[in-house]
Write a protein that binds this ligand. Sequence first.
Ligand SMILES: [Zn+2]
Length: 210
Amino acid sequence: MSRLSEGGLREAICRLGGSLFSRGLTFGSSGNISVRLEDGWLMTPTNVSLGRLDPARLAKLDAAGRLVSGDPPTKESFLHRAMYEERREALAVVHLHSTHSVAVSALADIDADDVLPPITAYYVMRVGRLPLVPYHAPGDLNLADAVRKLAGKHHAVLLANHGPVVAGASLDAAANAIEELEETAKLFLLLRGSRVRPLTPEQVAALKPS
Ligand SMILES: [Zn+2]
């Protein structure tokens, strides 16, 4: 994606929010989207449905995280900041409470170092290894530290009993990765109880991130 103007990015955030909402990937006022600007960030506001975003009312934060214009940012803005601090190349972050990912995040017997098996090549290329971040109550800022610890090595993490946070080199890349993650969580749940033949370590090694 070529670098869009701030106006273009505002439109793109609202379009993505509407698309995620209309497909049931977010609901109520859950989920949030941000993009990095040269002098700060644009972030979806607190207590607003991603299906009804207004480009002019997105929160604009300066490089120190102070609100410059628009409505106050999501209360989960610290999750986004933790990702950006650890991933200098990240230009966008998407966080959802999408149903199948949350369901998987609450399973008792998952591998916290690598939550989902490599069911498809696209999952491996867009998400890769997905670590589980231990549960923290809403508003507990220790969650930011827990995300920061993993974000240097992983552009996608799954918050236990909560949902995924995914960074990307563009808004499209972050959105494609979090959607791939949600679909793979759905496949994983569909396949539970069946004998599964995931990709082999050699097949995984032959794939390149996209
Ligand atoms: Zn959340």
